[in-house]
Design a protein around this ligand. Structure first.
Ligand SMILES: NC(=O)C1=CN([C@@H]2O[C@H](COP(=O)(O)OP(=O)(O)OC[C@H]3O[C@@H](n4cnc5c(N)ncnc54)[C@H](OP(=O)(O)O)[C@@H]3O)[C@@H](O)[C@H]2O)C=CC1
Ligand SMILES: O=C(O)C1=N[C@H](C(=O)O)C[C@H](O)C1
Length: 266
């Protein structure tokens, strides 16, 4: 719903506007009532996306200051996301980032930005993945001693492996199952399984949007939990939900779970 004077409820800025997710976010924003795009930037020059002119990413600081968007939505790469977070902190603009593949030091930098502005980071903005993570936690707790193996499949242009979502699920499993403390990335040669292992398998093929499968196996039974993203629109919609939730919040570190909890309360 837009304000009575016709002004949008939410003005978003978008980085990585020429990328797969940036394009999807701009398209979802164009389709969503009450949302307007304040500006969009990309590192390399690109033609307008969803009717929005795309500015050079080098101008981000100036654009944040002059356009004063309610929130910046970022799907780019780890180094750029850290730089954009610093720009947001300087300009007082909240940040939603779905970028994955951060090193620990880069995550520290994002957290530093969250001292100044609200920062919401999520490895996956699909609601089905949030449900998968809850189911995996429950299953891992209910099946002590069962072996756990995680397989993720993504398109052949994905850079980071394993996926950010896979790492989040592994964190969940290790949190619930204190006896699982060794991530084994694929196996080769003489590689007998030890009880503390979680096998992690990253497949890259074709144009697969994103699949995550968790296998829990005991001696006489298996349980398999799988999420498949149908298209990137599901991530873009979730990111815009997160942007609407984050705008106007206090500085701090937030996740997609905070947004979904808010939904549950509504
Ligand atoms: N949380 C979630 O739900 C989801 C997260 N992702 C994550 O989002 C990120 C982007 O994915 P995707 O859109 O497929 O990737 P693309 O490669 O299609 O797009 C990346 C975009 O980021 C820009 N970019 C990359 N590196 C830099 C850099 N160092 N400096 C400035 N700009 C940069 C690219 O600019 P240029 O055009 O100049 O190359 C491009 O516009 C990944 O980390 C991915 O894992 C993806 C889907 C869902
Ligand atoms: O790069 C992608 O495409 C995706 N990245 C995210 C991740 O690394 O988990 C989310 C989704 O699976 C798609």
């Amino acid at each position: 719903m837009s304000a009575a004077d016709g002004s949008p409820d939410l003005r978003v800025a978008v980085t990585g506007a020429g990328g797969r997710m940036g394009r999807e976010v701009l398209s979802a924003a164009a389709d969503r009532e009450g949302v307007a795009v304040a500006f969009a930037v990309n590192r390399s020059p690109v033609d307008p996306v969803a009717g929005v002119a795309v500015e050079p990413a080098d101008d981000l600081g100036d654009l944040l200051a002059s356009e004063e968007p309610d929130v910046l939505v970022d799907f780019t790469g780890p180094a750029s996301a850290v730089g954009y977070a610093e720009a947001c902190a300087d300009a007082g603009v909240p940040l939603v980032t779905g970028t994955t593949g951060f090193a620990d030091a880069q995550l520290d930098s994002l957290r530093t930005a969250s001292d100044a502005v609200p920062v919401l980071k999520a490895s996956n903005f699909a609601r089905g993945v949030a449900a998968l993570r809850r189911a995996v936690r429950e299953a891992a707790a209910a099946l002590p001693g069962y072996d756990v193996e995680l397989t993720e499949t993504h398109h052949n242009a994905k850079r980071d492996a394993p996926s950010g979502t896979a790492k989040s699920i592994l964190d969940d499993v290790e949190d619930v199952r204190g006896d699982l403390d060794e991530r084994v990335h694929g196996r080769e040669g003489d590689a007998p399984r030890s009880p503390g292992e979680v096998g992690v398998h990253a497949r890259r093929a074709g144009d697969v949007t994103g699949e995550h499968d968790v296998l829990l196996a005991g001696n006489r039974e298996t349980l398999e939990l799988t999420h498949r993203a149908g298209d990137r629109g599901v991530f873009a919609e979730g990111a815009l939900d997160a942007a609407a939730w984050l705008a106007g919040r206090d500085p701090g570190w937030y996740g997609f779970g905070d947004v979904l909890d808010a939904d549950g309360d509504a």
